[in-house]
Design a protein around this ligand. Structure first.
Ligand SMILES: Nc1ncnc2c1ncn2[C@@H]1O[C@H](COP(=O)(O)OP(=O)(O)OP(=O)(O)O)[C@@H](O)[C@H]1O
Ligand SMILES: N[C@@H](CCO)C(=O)O
Length: 283
């Protein structure tokens, strides 16, 4: 809390995780803080057109709000999902008799409003609940994340270009063939089983995809190379993060820096933890 207001934090997210298009999400250690009252250093007041403000207003929030955020926009790291979740969560805290319980008590409302605003629930489920999630309409199903995969590092290769998620979705074919559907179902199950067994070996090849990556990867120079190079350097798996342009990968903590160092020019890298917490009131 600031001296005169409330502050809510929500993490960035990587969506799809390969085969789980519009389903899987992973919260990662970059954050959007949104608050009422005095804005701290580095924060900006946000206007009525901002995605966070829309979510805040839809859940009954009133008055000026500010944003402080280290999530890059339009890079496939769930900026819009995180700020919408933080805005919606701030509204329920503002309205609650006990703000400390409000995000948990009204998580269904936050998920519902932010999914409608986003048009898909994968990013917001991860930003709201933390960890690794499956959005199975209309609910979010958090994965159990055991000690081995809980200590994994999310290595991000973040190109200098941006991708509009809305525009990118419109370029995807509306129909998929049965073989591609079967391929993706198998990989998505494999990915979920890797977490159920806390077994990184099962992640190998689990992020292959035939629903969206083949259309999107050619639009990002260096992205296919980043996937191949990261896996060759020791990452268990790699995928196009959300609609891109970022490539995400999971690696053990002992090789994560080496994986990051191997990635091609044309993007900067970050080595981040999986964020286990999701949206919460900062104390
Ligand atoms: N100040 C603002 N006012 C209005 N809209 C904004 C503002 N800041 C950001 N946005 C909107 O936020 C969205 C961010 O882009 P987009 O949803 O494509 O990327 P992202 O959330 O970072 O990535 P992804 O969902 O692929 O992980 C855009 O729709 C942009 O118009
Ligand atoms: N599932 C969404 C995620 C966007 O971050 C997409 O791939 O368009």
């Amino acid at each position: 809390m600031t001296t005169s207001g409330l502050t809510v934090r929500a993490p960035a997210s990587s969506a799809n995780l390969g085969a789980g298009f519009d389903i899987f999400g992973m919260a990662v250690g970059l954050h959007a803080d949104i608050g009422t009252g005095d804005a701290p250093d580095g924060a900006q007041q946000i206007d009525e057109h901002h995605p966070a403000r829309e979510a805040f207003a839809l859940l009954g929030g009133t008055g000026p709000i500010w944003l402080r955020c280290n999530i890059p926009m339009a890079r496939g790291l769930g900026f819009s999902g995180a700020v919408r979740v933080a805005g919606a969560a701030l509204a329920v805290c503002q309205l609650a008799a006990d703000p400390t319980q409000a995000v948990a008590e009204r998580s269904n409302d936050i998920l519902d409003v932010t999914t409608r605003l986003e048009g898909h629930g994968d990013n917001v489920a991860a930003s709201l609940f933390g960890g690794v999630t499956a959005y199975v309409d209309p609910e979010a199903r958090p994965f159990a994340v055991g000690p081995v995969l809980g200590s994994a590092r999310f290595v991000a290769w973040i190109p200098d270009v941006t991708t509009s998620t809305d525009k990118s979705r419109k370029t995807l074919a509306p129909m998929v063939d049965r073989a591609s559907a079967v391929f993706n179902i198998g990989r998505a199950v494999q990915f979920a089983l890797a977490f159920a067994h806390d077994d990184p070996a099962m992640l190998v090849d689990a992020t292959a995809d035939r629903l969206h990556q083949s259309a999107r990867l050619p639009l990002v120079p260096g992205a296919a190379e980043a996937i191949a190079t990261g896996v060759a350097a020791g990452a268990w798996c790699a995928w196009l993060s959300g609609s891109g342009p970022t490539v995400g990968m999971l690696a053990g903590p002992e090789v994560a820096d080496e994986v990051a160092a191997s990635l091609p020019d044309g993007g900067h890298t970050k080595v981040l933890p999986i964020d286990p917490n999701g949206a919460h009131l900062l104390t």
